[in-house]
Write a protein that binds this ligand. Structure first.
Ligand code: MG
Ligand code: MG
Length: 259
């Protein structure tokens, strides 16, 4: 059952999402060769708690950390390790927080130092997929129109769209209805209505769409070992259109990226 939110609840959710956006901005400042994912995890936990919020992933389904950190061929759900990042790596950082009883859930794939142009392209296209999915999130459309737009764009570039993991409704629980796949045909699934709050999160692989899970029972990796990218925003449908509750602005500021 989809839980539609009131405008007041959406404002509370925006505050929760922004806790995560600011946290990813702090993480962005520290992503560089030699830094370990566990160090990033500590930075994130401190930043979330300093904002009066609670890490949203820590303990959720028994996950052991504040961040999911997924390096190179890892798609999502990587557990932060003590292995230093290396020049040319990419690291997908997914972060959740609870504020005002609502969850924020938000992810960005960072470049570590100088990254191969082919991999930069994967990141750019995945970010474009996210924007296209958001622009399809409007009254008059159905849930599958989001995935249709994402899949078309990714496959146009020869990339694989992960099927096993999907976006989701978000609110007072991290994962609510509906599921929001990153693939699909037009015009399927629930109609999009005002008050819908969802996390849209394309997971796009440079090669095959197929993935495996490591023996830690968390980390998802590409079946062919090629890199994968993941970007995620929380959005709400207001006055017929999606508005972003989270923002990459803090990340862009930290990285000196002009929009
Ligand atoms: Mg997430
Ligand atoms: Mg999510």
């Amino acid at each position: 059952m989809i839980i539609y939110k009131t405008p007041e609840e959406i404002e509370l959710m925006r505050e929760a999402a922004l806790v995560v956006s600011k946290t990813l901005g702090e993480v962005a400042k520290e992503v560089k060769p030699g830094v370990t994912p566990l160090q990033l995890d500590k930075i994130a936990e401190t930043c979330i708690r300093d904002q009066g919020a609670i890490p949203g992933f820590l303990g959720l389904y028994d996950f052991p950390n504040t961040l999911c950190t997924s390096v190179n061929e890892q798609v999502v759900h990587g557990i932060p390790t003590n292995t230093p990042l290396e020049e040319g790596d990419i690291i997908s950082v997914d972060c959740g927080a609870i504020l005002n009883e609502f969850y924020g859930d938000h992810a960005y794939t960072f470049e570590v130092g100088e990254v191969d142009p082919e991999i930069r392209k994967l990141l750019e296209v995945t970010k474009e997929c996210l924007e296209l999915g958001i622009s399809e999130t409007k009254v008059g459309n159905r849930i599958s129109d989001i995935g249709f737009a994402i899949q078309q764009h990714a496959e146009k570039h020869g990339y694989g769209v992960v099927r096993e993991l999907v976006g989701h409704g978000i609110g007072k629980t991290m994962h609510e209805d509906p599921q929001v796949p990153n693939y699909g045909r037009r015009g399927r699934g629930k109609k999009i209505k005002n008050g819908l709050t969802i996390a849209i999160e394309p997971m796009i692989n440079m090669g095959t769409e197929r993935v495996n899970q490591l023996s830690d029972n968390w980390t998802i990796v590409t079946a062919d070992g090629k890199p994968s990218a993941h970007f995620e925003h929380d959005v709400a449908v207001v006055d017929g259109h999606a508005i972003k509750l989270s923002t990459f602005d803090y990340i862009y500021e930290a990285l000196g990226i002009k929009k």
